[in-house]
Design a protein around this ligand. Structure first.
Ligand code: IPM
Ligand code: MG
Length: 354
């Protein structure tokens, strides 16, 4: 097949890890007889520097016309003080492309239990899929901003959800659960928030249409605790935007490094955005030590979800699995004194196993 893939390397370590994911995809294309074309565009801080805005219409239009988008990371101290922030580009991309669901699979690798803070016995059997609502909630509610009053500083964010927004993401979570262990945990704060009460009500309704799926509800604070106390008890977690943001960083502790986790942002159209869950890591940018695995696994999700190429996706996932089993490590997951591979060398190990 032919596919046109937009790459948005972004800032910090973004360009380094995207370069490796592209190399992996090119190897897949060759091996399985596909033609993947890559076209690079700007997002984030580098886009602010070049155009004054973190996401131009040109980039958005290119993404709209593509088959899929592979993204690195945005942000950095250079742009922390300005009025326009790199992160606004990422939020606009998600919103404009209608990417309402962010899939974040969390499955610790047995060879990496040393890298996790949790005891190995807690990690046995952990296989969680977090489905994070991505285009609603506090990130997008209006009003939002500074509304100083009577010489007092005052800021407002608004948390709003509609039945439609809740329905589509919970429905997707239920459909995904049906292909797994058929359990959905809907996470909210229904003892306090009106949006969470609605969330719970709609989730209960939607789950009725999926009788094979068992739904339970959990308050977000309890979920945060159980995610480290009994992570194996979860199958699919579905939750609103900010809870999902926080819980997935916490979940990274289970696998041992932020650098390992991929994500897929999906909506109604087939154009998805695939990106690692970590940030731009300015402290290690340009040093060729970043872990490319989260991005390479995101490329596998791209093959599966946007290009319907599950065999090719599996080839990458199996190669990553074997590379970690063989003891290949970047600095973030190496033991003390263990030799750490560069970003490129780690990708080479994965490519050699495809
Ligand atoms: C993520 C990131 C973003 C988010 C930031 C960079 C805006 O933390 O993708 O998890 O909060 O969604
Ligand atoms: Mg985050």
């Amino acid at each position: 097949m032919r596919a046109h893939i937009i790459t948005l390397p972004g800032d910090g370590i973004g360009p380094e890890i995207i370069a490796e994911a592209i190399r992996v995809l090119q190897v897949i294309a060759k091996k399985f007889n596909h033609q993947f074309e890559f076209e690079e565009h700007l997002i984030g801080g580098c886009a602010i520097d070049a155009t004054g805005a973190p996401l131009s219409d040109e980039t958005i239009n290119a993404c709209r016309q593509s088959d899929a988008v592979l993204l690195g990371a945005v942000g950095g101290p250079k742009w922390d003080r300005g009025d326009v922030r790199p992160e606004q580009g990422l939020l606009k991309l998600r919103k404009d492309l209608g990417l309402f669901a962010n899939l974040r699979p969390v499955k610790p690798h047995p060879a990496l239990t040393h890298a996790s803070l949790l005891k190995p016995e807690k990690l046995a059997g952990v296989d969680v899929l977090v489905v994070r609502e991505l285009t609603g909630g506090l990130y997008f509610g209006k009003p939002q901003g500074r509304f100083d009053e009577n010489s007092h500083a005052r800021a407002v964010d608004t948390l709003e959800y509609s039945d439609v927004e809740i329905t589509r993401v919970v429905d997707l979570a239920c459909r995904l659960a049906a292909t797994r262990r058929a359990r959905v945990t809907s996470v909210d704060k229904a003892n306090v928030l009106a949006t969470s009460k609605l969330w719970r009500e709609i989730a209960t309704q939607i789950a009725r249409a999926h009788p094979q799926v068992q739904l339970d509800h959990l308050l977000v604070d309890t979920c945060a605790m159980r995610l480290v106390a009994a992570p194996a008890s979860f199958d699919v977690i579905v939750t609103e935007n900010m809870f999902g943001d926080i819980l997935t960083d916490e979940a990274a502790v289970l696998v041992g490094s932020m650098g390992l986790l991929p994500s897929a942002s999906l909506g109604d159209s087939k154009v998805g955005v695939y990106e690692p869950i970590h940030g731009s890591a300015p402290d290690i940018a340009g040093k060729s030590i970043a872990n490319p695995v989260g991005t390479i696994l995101s490329a596998a999700m791209l093959l599966r979800h946007s290009l319907a190429l599950p065999r090719e996706a599996q080839a990458i996932e199996r190669a990553v699995d074997q590379t970690l089993s063989a003891g290949c490590r970047t600095a973030d997951i190496a033991r003390d004194g263990e030799r750490a591979l560069s970003t490129r060398a780690m990708a080479e190990e994965i490519i050699a196993r495809i």
